[in-house]
Design a protein around this ligand. Structure first.
Ligand code: HPA
Length: 270
């Protein structure tokens, strides 16, 4: 079934509802979806072309409804390059948000910190990225109906949205670090030598998601804001083991503040 058919299927269920803001929920942050009001939930499994996630902590649901008084479309579950799935999956997810009516995309993720002063449980505003993930979902013939062949990434993480997020964090008295996201393929965590190298290259936090989503979103003209929940100090910076269980545990620990920040941000968004 084509992308258009899937969109049609979603629109039939939406009954006139038009989302303005897209939200992607990272590992252990899925509970944010529980705070969406008057919601319609659609399982990715029932949406032809939608990717079915293979990672625990990522449930695979499109949730439409109101959050902080605004109409949102929320992706509860994402795909990662390390799953070895086709890049079509991330394109379908992001372009669906655009086609349903979203103009802004708020991405959340869990990341490791390269800065000892930004520890597990902290929130970090992503200011930019360094792409160390091989490939790019936009390789191949350009799909002109979504965006141009060549497009800039100098404002990938929208400056005005970042300013707004900082104001919201101040209003809510939530500490918010800032930094450059270093995107790796995974699925293994890094070696201490890699982390030292990433630090020299300009990274402040490291993770295995987000970059492909930002690339597809910027191609189709979505404004992007991204916030990381720090789940661990990166390899070599702490004696605590880096495990997926710890990622989920600290992701959940940071989720109350993440919920407050994203809620306040969407409330303040004009
Ligand atoms: N490295 C890569 N991805 C991650 C990490 C990390 O240390 N923590 C959470 N996601």
């Amino acid at each position: 079934m084509s992308f258009e058919h899937t969109l049609q299927l979603i629109k039939e269920k939406m009954a006139g509802f038009t989302p303005e803001i897209g939200l992607i929920l990272g590992s252990g942050l899925g509970m944010l979806g529980e705070h969406i009001e008057n919601k319609i939930e659609l399982s990715y499994q029932n949406l032809p072309g939608f990717p079915v996630s293979t990672v625990s902590g990522h449930s695979g649901k499109l949730i439409l409804g109101h959050f902080a008084g605004k109409p949102v479309a929320c992706l509860q579950g994402r795909v990662h390059s390390y799953e070895g799935v086709s890049p079509q999956g991330v394109k379908t997810l992001i372009r669906t948000l655009k086609h349903l009516g979203c103009h802004t995309l708020v991405i959340t993720n869990t990341s490791g910190s390269l800065r000892p002063e930004v520890g597990p449980g902290s929130l970090c505003l992503i200011t930019d990225h360094i792409n160390f993930q091989p490939g790019n979902p936009l390789v191949g013939p350009n799909e002109d109906e979504f965006g141009p062949r060549f497009f800039p990434l100098d404002n990938a993480y929208d400056l005005a949205l970042r300013e707004q997020l900082k104001k919201t964090a101040t209003r809510l008295q939530l500490p918010l670090a800032e930094g450059v996201y270093f995107g790796t393929l995974g699925p293994c965590f890094e070696t201490p030598a890699e982390i030292r190298a990433f630090r020299i290259l300009g990274g402040d936090l490291v993770g295995m998601s987000t970059v492909p989503e930002v690339l597809v979103a910027r191609h189709c003209g979505l404004r992007v804001a991204a916030i990381a929940a720090i789940t661990n100090l990166a390899a070599g910076l702490s004696t605590e083991a880096i495990t997926h269980e710890n990622t989920l545990y600290y992701g959940q620990k940071a989720s109350a503040n993440m919920l407050k920040l994203v809620h306040g941000f969407i409330e303040d968004l004009t």
